[in-house]
Every structure is written in structure tokens, then in C-alpha cells.
Design a protein around this ligand. Sequence first.
Ligand code: RFL
Length: 399
Amino acid sequence: MTGIGRERMVRESTTVVVIGGGPAGLTVANLLLRLGIGCVVLERQSRARVEQRQRAGIVEHRAVRMFEEWGLGERVVGGFPHDGLLEFRVDGESRLLDEADSTEGLTARLCPQQILVQRLIAACLEDGGDLRFEAADVAIDDPAADRPVVSYRAADGVRHEISCELVAGCDGDHGVSRASLPDGALTAYPFDHGIAWLTVLADSPPPRHPLLGVSEHGFAAHFGRGPHSSRYYVQCPPGDSADDWPDERIREQLALRLSVAEPVAGPITEKEVFQLRSVVHEPMHHGRLHLVGDAAHIIAPMGGKGMNLALYEAEVFARAVRDHVHGDDSGLRSYSEVCLQRAWNYQEFSRWMTEMVHDAGDDSLAGPFRRRLARARLDRLCSSRAAAGAFAELMAGLA
Ligand code: RFL
């Protein structure tokens, strides 16, 4: 440890510094740990805060298989079975889509994101991983340098400088990784869906199957987030705030849109309005910095692909690092291209599904022609085995 003025400083060295301890960063850390590659994770928030953040709820089959192949299946995604049935309730009429039927049982797990994160943290620490929470003022000195230096201030006030071979930018859409790149290094492709959702968490039992309500009243959905916890989505006018949605109005609209007498049996614990937006930043690397997960792209929630894409890219990156330490940089060079191919595939799927479930309902946004197109799309999905098969493949992450 050295002292500069009154500030204490620690200089360290490792192979990979991971910035951000969400699903992307924690998966990178666990996989590198299993490869015996040095890695330090810097997370801005406390462990308790990271472990409580409730967001996604579906781990696609491809990701389940990935954790199994790395010997982490039971520890990370064990339990949480899903029968593969998805229910659309169109104007009150139920249509069941059997994903398992089309993919020979290769379905997703309904594992809440906070449970996945808790388990990834536990696995990493049990196996001797280096996770550092409450890392403040994280900064990358020069991502294009031969050995970039990542600095931060630890909770005890000590400043650390870590020199490394590679940086994994896993710090989400508002992180420091992408922001530290020079202007013009990346191109952003943003898209505003023109739709807002009220998202609600409640201590309420999950539905029998993930449930999507399509009707003239607007879109709504009900997903499980644990044995006594549910997340609901309610399409609302862009510009609404949570204050426009007292609990009574939420219960009434969900009952109407989902055609369920009492869709929210327990207390509402959280509500928030957000705009559905998507963006992709290309390329997904600059010099020694590789962007992983939400740091590189945001996908609208319909289709449940944001977290799954983060998990996919974490593995592509970990394999590229494995080859790099053996002198082969081809995986790092192709990282962006490989990841962008899946990112755009998932963006297309999410947009396709977003358009279908919203346009098929309230036609004040899309108009009557698009409403009829969306209804035709929904009818085809529920009546054609080939259409259902293509959908199930995408849901499972196999296409
Ligand atoms: P995360 O989860 O945002 O984690 C980034 C981490 O980086 C930390 N961080 C920093 N650390 C150090 N220094 C800094 N300067 C830092 N800045 C930030 C943060 O504290 C955080 O811990 O990104 P990651 O790992 O890429 O994971 C992505 C997923 O979290 C995200 O794609 C999903 O949550 C999106 N999403 C869904 N995805 C699905 O696959 N299925 C779903 O059903 C689903 N539902 C959702 C969602 C996202 C939602 N929100 C956020 C609008 C539902 C919602 C409501």
C-alpha cells in the first residue's frame, strides 16, 4: 500500500476486471473462476441491494443448459420448473401455447432474477471468487491501452488501481464502461416503441401459467416471481406516472384485461411506469474493453430476452478469454460480431411480440388495419404448429 498525500492507495494486477455485479458480471466471474483465470468484480452497490433487485423472471432453456455444462446447473438454476405453457387470454378467451410440445421438452425455468443473482454471488464466493461491493468512483484509465488500469475507492476509503489484460463492461445501461469510450467509438441504434407500461409487484400467488391479456382495454400480463410473489404489467398512456394508478385502479384494470375475478390477491409492494425502448450499441468492444449485457443493449421486456442475452454474452466472453490466455485472440476479435447476431435476433423477436400483443388490443395507437394484422398473427401463432414451433424455439433460446 502506498500513500499519496493523505489518500491511501493499493496497486494490484489481475487478468480480467469485471465492472458490474448483475447477471452478466456475475456469470463472467463464475465462468472465469472455473477456468482458473484471475478476475476481480467491482460492484457499485451493496450486496444486499444487488440481491434484492427484482426484474426478470425467465431463464431460457439455452441458458439452463449453459449453466449445466459448466457444472453450475443445480447451484444456479436448480428448481423452478416450468411446464412450458404460456396462456394468451384474448378478449377473455383462453389460448394455451405449449412451448414444450414444439421443442421436445426444452423449456425455460421461471427463476426470478434476484434468486439467480443471489445464487451466482453465493457460488462465486464459495469457490473463492473476488467480488467487491460498494466500489465507488470506478474509472477505466485507457481502455485501448495494452494493460488498462481500472481504479475505484473501496468502502473503507482506500483507493485501488488494478492493472489488467481485459475489462468486461457489465455495468448496465447507465454504467461507466460505455461512458468512458471516446466519442464516435460506438454507434447507437435506439428505438422508442411508443408504449408505456405500469409495472407492479405484489405479494400475490403466481398464475397457473404465465398469462398475457389482449383486449380492447389494453395489454396486461401476470407472471410469477416466486411462490408468493407476482409481477404484473399494465399498458398505460405514455406520460402517465405511478400516481395516476392508485391500487384500486390497478386491481380493476387487471381484472378487466386478464378476465380474472381477483388477479391481485395480496398487497401491492411496488409500482413504476416505464417507456418501452430498445437500443443496440455497435461494436460491443473497444480496445481491451468488451461490453456485456445491458451495457451494450436494452431489449424491451416482451419475450423476456434482456437477462438471457446477458448470460449468453457472458459465456461467449469467458470462452474468448480462455483462448486469449492460451495465445489465441480470435474469440475476442469475433466477440462483437457473434454477440450482435443474437442481440438483433432477440430484438426482432421482442419487437415482433410487443407489436402483436399491443396492436391486437386497443386500436387507438395502431389503428384498425394494424389491429387486424396483429389478430391474424396471434391466430396463426395459436393455430399453426410451425408458427408455434418457431416461437417456442426463440423462447427457448435455440434459434
Ligand atoms: P444489470 O442487471 O443492470 O447489472 C449491472 C450492474 O452494474 C452495476 N453498476 C456499476 N458497478 C460499478 N460501477 C459503476 N459505475 C456501475 N454502474 C452500474 C449495477 O449496480 C448493477 O449491479 O445488467 P446486466 O448484468 O447486463 O443484466 C441485464 C438484466 O438485468 C436485464 O437485461 C433484465 O433485467 C431485463 N429484464 C428482463 N430480462 C429478461 O430476460 N426477462 C425478463 O422477464 C425481464 N424483465 C427486465 C424485466 C428489466 C426490467 N427493468 C429494469 C425495466 C423487467 C423489468 C421491470
